[in-house]
Structure formats: C-alpha cells, structure tokens
Write a new protein. Structure first.
Length: 509
C-alpha cells in the first residue's frame, strides 16, 4: 500500500439511522471472513455499514466475499500494537438530547475490533482507550451504551485468540461537580507505565500567541501557562498511544463550540492525560489579546477575575464566595435589558484562535512522536479512521448536542481528508473553519501537493459521491450558537437577529 497519508480515498456509506440495542453488538449475518462462531443480531445494520466502508475503499479487493478477506491487512501486521481511539467524552448529554449524540457508539467499535482481530491473526495487542472529560463517569457511560458487555466480549475473544486486549481510561484524575463547579477530585491509576511528556517545541502552533493568557480545562491557569512557556509547549501523552504501531480513530460526527466540528482531529485531545495541559482559549476579549469572550461586559470581566482568584486547586474555601457571586449575577441578569447581543464566553465562538492550535499539535504528536516522546521527521505509526455518523450531534456540541440521525459511516486513511468530507456532509464549509484551513496547511508540509479537491469519495449513494461537486448541502446540521452564520454552506446561514432571538441564554453559558 502507498503511504497512508497519500491515500485520499474516503468511503461514505449511507444506511440505517439507529443503533442496535443488544450488546455485544453481533453482526446481522455470519460473513465469510467472520472470525468467530457466534450469534447474529438481525437489527444490527451498523456492522454491515462499517464492513461496506472497508469494501468501498477496495481493501484486499481480490479476496472480498471469501473467508480470506482481510481488509485491514494492508494497515496491520501480526504482532502489531493497535490503539482504537473512540470518543468517550461524557456519560450523559448535558443538554436535552440523547447520549447517542455525544459519544461513539460501541457497535462501531465492535465492528472495527473484529477486523483488527482478523488482521492480527492471533499475535499482537489491542488497546481501546480515551481520556474523556474530567467529570466523566466512564463506567456509567459503559453501562448506558452497552460498552460494558462489549468489553467482556473483547476480553474473552482476545484471550481465546492469544491477543492481549485492554480497555483503558487514560486520565490521571476524575472530578466531581456541584453547583456547576469542581467540588471534589479523585486520582485515577490505570496500572500501566507512566505518561510521557512530549515537547512540541518552537514548531508548535502555540508558539506565536501569548502564553500568559492561556486557560486550560481547570481553574489553575498557572499549570497551562507553564506548559506552554519558554518555547516548550508540553503535552502529557498516554504511553499506550506512543507504544502503538497503528491508531484507529473512531470519532462521533458532531459540532463543537470551540472549533466548529469535532471529528478525527479533535478526537486526539483524548490522547493527553492531563487536561490542564490543553489550552482551550486565551482569557479576555480580542481587543485585549484574548479570545475567551466576544464582547464582554463588566460582569464577564468580574467572573474571570473571581474565577482566577477563588477557584484554584488549593482554594476549597473560595468556592463559597464564588457561588455567592454566581447567585448575585443571576439576580442582576433579571433586571438587565440590553439592545446588544450577549457575548459568547469560555471560548465558545468562531473567534477562538487557541483551541485549534492545541488540536493540531496533538495530531502532529500522534503521528510523529516515537515511544519515548521524541518527534521525528516522518510518521512513526500508521493511521486509519471510521467516523460514527449513525446519529450525529448538532447544535451545542460537544456536550449539549441534539441528535441528528444522519445514517452515515465514513472511513479513510488521511484524517484531514476524512474530516473535511465529514464537515461538508454536515452542511459546513471546511474552508471557513480555522481548524481545517490550518490543518490543510500542516498536511501540505507533511505530504507535498495535498489538496482536498483530490479526495475521491466512494459511496453506495451516487449523490454522496458528488459531495464535493454539489452546490447544495446533503445535510443541514445546526451550528453552535457562537458559529451560526460563519461556517455554513452558502444559503444555510442564519441572521444574527434570528440567532439572538433563539439563543438568549445559550450564548452566555
């Protein structure tokens, strides 16, 4: 096979728009290549869609339809260490939508796992791992989605075949919220080797911004600032990631308040184990060198100052006066009337110029950092992706999305090619989103001559094959409030007046 980054074929499968409910999500038929003698589930149309995506990519085409078909054999060799990286961000939908719109469904993981097992031929290792949001209760999410049953299946089949299998929480710490703020913390130990610090160096996308303004995922900004000071730009990466020979990304087809859409590129935020090393935004407004808030009022500036002062890791008493401030602010809002739009805050808008930089750093680390964390000139591991778009997430993603039953599975070797096609399928222009504009530039540095126009879409739907040529969008995912009117395909944007009327509270949350 040619170099994986040069493979610009993207499979786009149209099919069912709901998930099967019975774990461990057996296929609807015993296919010739099926590696087990197990039961079938007639309701599972998703497994067939994943299988079809591999077929559309013409992987091991000569053996398709026979017991010898090994589609991932071009990517995976016996003895390889394979990381399957889903999106396990949170155990509930923080909005009114279903959990299915938030996380990768385990039925997609099951299908991918089976074809990895075929390729390993009884020798190697499979790790299914992620570092979800700090307050995610992973076991609760596993019970809700059926991932707990799939985990048992994976363990049993791996043991039977002689393949080491593990499902791993990469995080170092879990947090617990009360009244909207972190109230307690618990250290997490997965029993493996220690995480590895990777220094992205002066080549980091964070290099040319003001590190003193950075805010991460926790209240103690000093940790984030220090991680990106003096040209070092440090990330703390799960050792299972850097020990892998192959990474298979399985993200959710979903919008994102800080970067526009969250697919393969944003999915790699979950390889970093300490969330406070991830810069989410720069405090303040653009006129002061920040991108946290669009048009702040005095109360927004007050909230930032009090958060920095009162909510540090060692300031447990500070949470009480901070909650008193929050209560006062809520009361004041009832009496405030303004003709101007409420500001977008917490970096949740199209003016966020920080989060995409962190994402691109992590993707460079994923492909180029060796097992010791040293960055190389050439990729050191192979890559593949399968996007779960059976039920996507629109609106206030990634944590508050509404469900969008798209009935889609995407697959491919080049993460940026797949993400741009997925973004276009959702009804957005990738050129209008800073993450993808800069990702294309980054990929051109890695593989000269890279152009999205060279991507070949292969689909079971003829209209979907013309995705890049069509003037009208196939789907119309609703953008997050802070991005509305900035990234939609032509003719799909909403006016700011409609935005203000529809999202008076969401804008400032």
């Amino acid at each position: 096979m040619k170099h994986f980054l040069d493979n610009l074929n993207v499979a786009l499968v149209s099919g069912v728009r709901e998930y099967p409910g019975l774990s461990p999500f057996n296929p609807s038929a015993v296919y010739p290549e099926y590696p087990y003698s197990g039961q079938t589930d007639a309701s599972n149309g998703v497994y067939e869609m994943v299988r079809e995506s591999l077929h559309l990519l013409r992987l091991d085409e000569a053996n398709y339809g026979t017991a010898a078909w090994n589609p991932l054999g071009e990517l995976i060799s016996p003895g390889d260490r394979v990381l399957i990286k889903p999106n396990f961000v949170l155990h509930f939908n923080a909005g009114s939508g279903p959990l299915d719109a938030v996380v990768t469904h385990p039925v997609v993981i099951r299908a991918v796992f089976d074809y990895v097992m075929i390729a390993l031929r009884g020798r190697g290792e499979i790790v299914i791992g992620d570092a979800p949001q700090m307050n995610c209760d992973l076991e609760s999410m596993f019970r809700t989605t059926g991932m707990d049953g799939l985990r048992n299946f994976i363990t049993e089949e791996g043991s039977r075949a002689g393949v080491s299998t593990r499902v791993v929480d990469f995080r170092q710490e879990q947090t617990f919220y009360r009244h909207g703020i972190v109230w307690d913390r618990k250290a997490l130990i997965n029993g493996g080797p220690k995480p590895i610090i990777v220094n992205a160096g002066p080549e980091s996308w964070m290099e040319h911004i003001d590190a003193g303004r950075l805010y991460g995922a926790d209240y103690q900004r000093g940790v984030t600032v220090k991680a990106h000071a003096n040209h070092r730009h440090e990330y703390i990466i799960a050792p299972e990631v850097l020990a892998s020979n192959v990474v298979i990304s399985i993200p959710k087809l979903k919008v994102h308040r800080k970067v526009g859409t969250t697919l393969n590129l944003k999915n790699m935020v979950g390889i970093n184990v300490d969330k406070n090393h991830l810069a989410h935004y720069r405090i303040g407004s653009p006129d002061r060198g920040g991108d946290e808030v669009s048009t702040p009022g005095w109360e927004d500036r007050m909230e930032r100052a009090l958060s920095d002062l009162l909510l540090g890791r060692n300031s447990s008493l500070g949470r009480y006066p901070f909650l008193a401030w929050r209560a006062l602010r809520k009361i004041l809002r009832r009496f405030q009337r303004s003709n101007t739009a409420a500001p977008f805050t917490f970096g949740n808008w199209h003016g966020n110029d920080t989060a995409w930089r962190m994402v691109l750093d992590l993707n460079r680390i994923l492909l180029f950092a060796d097992a010791d964390g040293a960055l190389n000139d050439k990729p050191v591991r192979r890559y593949f992706s399968v996007v779960d778009g059976i039920v996507g997430g629109e609106g206030e993603g990634p944590l508050h999305p509404d469900a969008y039953p798209a009935g889609a599975i995407l697959a491919g070797f080049n993460p940026i090619a797949v993400d741009c096609i997925a973004t276009r399928l959702m009804g957005f222009e990738y050129e209008k989103i800073p993450l993808y504009r800069n990702a294309i530039h980054q990929m051109q540095g890695w593989r000269g001559g890279f152009k999205i126009g060279d991507v070949a879409v292969r689909s079971n739907d003829s209209e979907w094959e013309r995705l890049l040529e069509n003037q009208s969008a196939i789907y119309h995912f609703r953008a997050p409030a802070g991005w509305r009117g900035t990234m939609e395909c032509e003719g799909l944007s909403e006016t700011s007046a409609v935005l203000e009327e529809s999202f008076p509270e969401m804008i400032s949350q």
